[in-house]
Write a protein that binds this ligand. Structure first.
Ligand SMILES: [Cu+2]
Length: 372
């Protein structure tokens, strides 16, 4: 016999279950059948090397689709500064960082990850944008000579890091050897200012930041190694000190400066996506601002406005929108200025157009201090 209290509790519990079950099912995103997914339109995207981003619509024209990407993994030595220092690099698609992918909320990402026979190690991919199975890491571990196909639904909008995450000490080692990139999941109706006003960009650039840990010899010179395996023990020892020898954008000091500067014109609006998979950073555009900034990169949250410097948490990607108002060369830096100048975290924007005296004018050129 149930007591009255037990009966009541039971009734309440049963009622609660009955009331929440349909919601739980809805929250679990009402299972879509394989047949329904198979009926969706498919698009095959060819990825491009950063800082460029493959062509894409900002506002989705149709309904959800399956977007197909293929990424080979390439282990290779990479020169990371102008002194010829060599990193035993590991890359998605041959570039550091890996390429940026763009889809819309509700689309399915279908990635074929390829680990060619020429490589020496197992690799996988953990998408921070994905739900379940360690972001896909548990379903994508492949040995040299293997490939795997992963599909996940892009249920949250924003810029999200992806990275290799094989196991144990391999995880940070692969990441600080170059294995991270970003996926941007746009809202189907594009970016908004937080009050419903549409925002659009004329250009998009992807800046991936990396901290590297290169061992030195007895004389303090950077060491080179024959292979990844040869470099491992020394590199892990430097990593454990948590003091990077290089902090760079797009794989090497100077990869986005001078002739490689990112281009824009006065009046153009540029979206700058910035990722760091391992360590905090603080981008700043010298002589400019962030008009609208999604520091955490998540478009469901309203963007901050008029920022001078923004904060990218290690393990995330952020997005900043800026309309250039003056021509010239702008330095875009990690505003830890030691990291920017001494360790390499500086890029350039080269902006064409007409100078606006109203915004700034040199009223008097440098000259001797008058004596009177
Ligand atoms: Cu890896």
């Amino acid at each position: 016999m149930l007591t009255r209290r037990e009966a009541l509790l039971g009734a309440v519990a049963a009622g609660a279950v009955a009331a929440t079950l349909p919601q739980v099912a809805a929250a679990a995103a009402a299972q879509v059948s394989e047949a329904e997914i198979a009926a969706l339109p498919r698009e095959k995207v060819t990825l491009v090397a950063p800082p460029h981003v493959h062509a894409h619509e900002q506002v989705a024209k149709g309904g959800p689709k399956v977007v197909e990407f293929t990424m080979p993994i390439e282990e290779k030595p990479v020169v990371i500064d102008d002194e010829g220092t060599v990193l035993q690099g590991m890359t998605f698609n041959g570039s550091i960082p890996g390429p940026m992918m763009v889809v819309h909320e509700g689309d399915y990402v279908e990635l074929t990850l390829v680990n060619p026979q020429a490589n020496s190690m197992p690799h996988n991919i953990d998408f921070h944008a994905a739900t379940g199975a360690l972001g896909g890491g548990a379903l994508t571990l492949i040995n040299p000579g293997e490939q795997v196909k992963l599909r996940f639904k892009a249920t949250r909008t924003g810029t999200f890091v992806y990275h290799c995450a094989p196991e144990g000490p391999m995880i940070p080692w692969h990441v600080v050897s170059g294995m991270h990139g970003t996926i941007m999941v746009l809202p189907r109706d594009g970016l908004k200012d937080g009050k419903g006003k549409a925002l659009a960009y004329d250009r998009v650039y992807y800046v991936g930041e990396n901290d590297f840990y290169i061992p030195r010899d007895e004389d303090g010179n950077f060491k080179t190694y024959e292979s990844h395996g040869d470099s491992y023990a020394d590199t892990l020892a430097v990593m454990k000190g948590l003091v990077p020898t290089h902090v760079v954008f797009n794989g090497a000091r100077g990869s986005l400066t001078g002739d490689n500067a990112m281009k824009a014109k006065v009046g153009e609006t540029v979206l700058i996506v910035h990722s760091q998979a391992n360590r905090d950073t603080r981008p700043h555009l010298i002589g400019g601002h962030g008009d609208h900034v999604w520091e955490e990169g998540k478009f469901a949250n309203p963007p901050a406005k008029d920022l001078e410097t923004w904060f990218i948490r290690g393990g995330s990607a952020g997005a900043a929108l800026y309309t250039f108002r003056q021509p010239g060369v702008y330095a875009y830096v990690n505003h830890n200025l030691i990291e920017a100048v001494e360790l390499g975290a500086t890029a350039h924007f080269l902006v064409e157009g007409d100078w606006n005296d109203d915004l700034m004018k040199q009223v008097e050129a440098p000259g001797p201090i008058p004596t009177n």
